[in-house]
Design a protein around this ligand. Structure first.
Ligand code: NAI
Ligand code: MG
Length: 501
């Protein structure tokens, strides 16, 4: 249909242009090119002041032998413009290829993933008409470091890393976002009743930052009951801030509750760069068939315009979209079941939005996009003095599969070689204490954590003493697979206790 949709419409700067912002664009895979063409056309129609630089990422790049899925020169464009409008890409499955999305977020330091989950009742079906939640998810840390190991034939591990500066940047961003968007309450979900150090740090930083925003309500909930409450009563929530893995799950739950997964956009915010994309993927099942809904990427573009302080353009574009929805014009994925036969294709939908530029919706609240709402430059984590650190012990992990896996047998092999500096304080198997004490019912794998503390009468140990201990363990034929140092920081214990310790 319309030849009016030009794939690169905004790229030609107006003669003598000023006030235009360069952005980097990637058209992606699957439905990516179709929805990007639609959104770039609508950006031009709305009067966006943009100069485009197009880069290639995704499947074509993999096919051309760029294993990372991105051409090396693309980083240069991303760093120069600092703004990335990205269509979805296909992640090759099961080939060991790392997710390019994760690589981009981490390489550019995009620490906050912002996902508004709101409804457009009664024009888009939802069971929670008034839901309007923004999920702000940590984007770089947690288990997403992908640091995984197989340690024994039976046991694998994934490291969960939570940092104070990473958390602080994110939580400050969330509160600043809430303040600037006129939101009233920030809720934090963690599992700090179990993960007392990692999630405990996230929760503690949340409390510290909340104290600087007395006008905003703040609350913490344990992730499981918090998510259950969100599913039952989403109106009780406003802004949510979460660690990476929980945020990944909860943001999909929230988007699904709002009934708008296919309509949702998201922003990935860093200190110097930001990336804007739809929440959905490359939908290869409908690619090239004029069926894709461009609305998710359009909402991402609206967030981008706000970030670029082009709030006037954001409003024009968003209001035209709202009018289209109000007029009952839908792509097939969101059309109410009774209206499916009247659904339109990507191009006709795009044209309908373009025809409504300059109008404001009659029923839905008109969009308001203030130009100074993007809290990007005000969040820098505070640097703290380094605490006094003291090494007080070591956890040594063993691959051990002898003597019917009886912990007291392992202990009898360890104690004679521990040496004068050390005391074997306990052995656990998958975190359950099996020595001293322990019950025969406890199921044991081949993976044992043996805690050595500084011998009685000593307050600390040295690295040389750790090396000495490991040397003796090796001589005794014991297969240690990992060590973790046990430290105190300004006298505060920096490790979890075993039961009964
Ligand atoms: P998907 O979101 O691409 O598709 C799920 C279902 O929703 C499909 O039936 C699809 O047709 C439909 N759908 C998605 N977007 C739509 C739209 N705009 N209009 C109408 N229908 C739409 O998720 P899936 O199938 O799990 O993943 C496909 C590929 O996308 C995978 O390679 C995945 O890794 C990748 N992906 C990429 C993302 C990104 O680049 N940010 C995010 C999520 C997935
Ligand atoms: Mg996800």
């Amino acid at each position: 249909m319309p030849a009016t949709i030009d794939p690169h419409p905004v790229s030609t700067p107006a003669v003598g242009s000023s006030g235009r912002t360069a952005i980097t664009v990637a058209r992606g895979d699957g439905i990516g090119p179709e929805i990007m063409d639609s959104v770039l056309f609508l950006l031009r129609e709305a009067g966006a002041r943009l100069d485009l630089e197009t880069i290639e990422i995704g499947a074509q790049m993999h096919a051309r032998g760029h294993s990372a899925g991105i051409e090396p020169g693309a980083w240069e464009s991303l760093r120069r413009t600092g703004v990335f409008l990205k269509a979805p890409i296909t992640t090759p499955q099961g080939t060991g290829v790392k997710s390019l999305n994760v690589t981009i977020r981490k390489t550019l330091g995009l620490y906050a993933n912002v996902r508004p989950c709101r409804t457009w009742h009664p024009f888009v079906p939802t069971s929670h008409p008034d839901m309007n939640v923004v999920v702000i998810r940590e984007n770089e840390e947690d288990t997403y470091g992908g640091i995984e190991h197989r340690q024994t034939p039976e046991v694998t591990q994934c490291l969960k890393l939570i940092s104070r500066p990473g958390t602080e940047k994110l939580v400050r961003y969330a509160f600043e976002y809430a303040r600037r968007h006129g939101r009233r309450r920030v809720s934090c979900f963690t599992k700090d009743n179990i993960m007392k150090l990692t999630d405990g740090l996230f929760h503690r930083v949340f409390r510290e930052v909340a104290a600087a925003y007395p006008e905003l309500e703040s609350e913490h909930r344990i992730i499981d009951i918090g998510t259950a409450r969100l599913a039952k009563d989403p109106l009780a929530f406003d802004v949510l801030v979460l660690p990476n893995l929980f945020g990944d799950i909860v943001s999909d739950v929230a988007a699904e509750l709002a009934g708008s997964v296919g309509l949702a956009g998201s922003a990935n915010i860093g200190e110097t760069c930001a990336m804007f994309e739809a929440v959905h993927g490359s939908a290869p099942d409908i690619a090239g068939r004029d069926l894709a809904n461009p609305s998710g990427l359009l909402h991402a573009a609206v967030m981008m315009l706000e970030h670029l302080e082009q709030g006037d353009v954001a409003e024009r574009l968003h209001n035209a979209w709202l009018c289209t929805i109000e007029d009952g014009i839908h792509t097939v994925d969101v059309a109410p079941p009774t209206e499916r036969h009247r659904a339109v294709g990507t191009r006709a939908f795009t044209q309908a939005v373009a025809e409504r530029m300059g109008r404001v919706p009659g029923v839905l609240p008109a969009a308001e996009h203030l130009s100074d709402r993007s809290p990007r430059s005000i969040v820098a984590a505070t640097r703290r003095p380094r605490p006094q650190k003291s090494l007080v012990g070591v956890d040594v992990f063993f691959d051990w599969d002898e003597s019917e896996r009886r912990a007291e047998v392992l202990a009898s092999r360890l104690e004679p070689v521990a040496g004068a500096a050390w005391r074997l304080s306990m052995i656990t198997n998958r975190g359950v204490k099996v020595y001293p004490g322990g019950l025969p019912e406890t199921f044991c794998t081949d993976h044992w954590r043996c805690r050595f503390l500084a011998a009685d009468g000593r307050s600390s140990v040295t690295h040389a003493e750790v090396v000495g201990l490991l040397g003796r363990l090796a001589e005794a034929g014991l297969d240690f697979v990992k060590t973790e140092h046990l430290c105190t920081f300004d006298g505060e214990r920096g490790y979890s206790l075993g039961q009964g310790e």
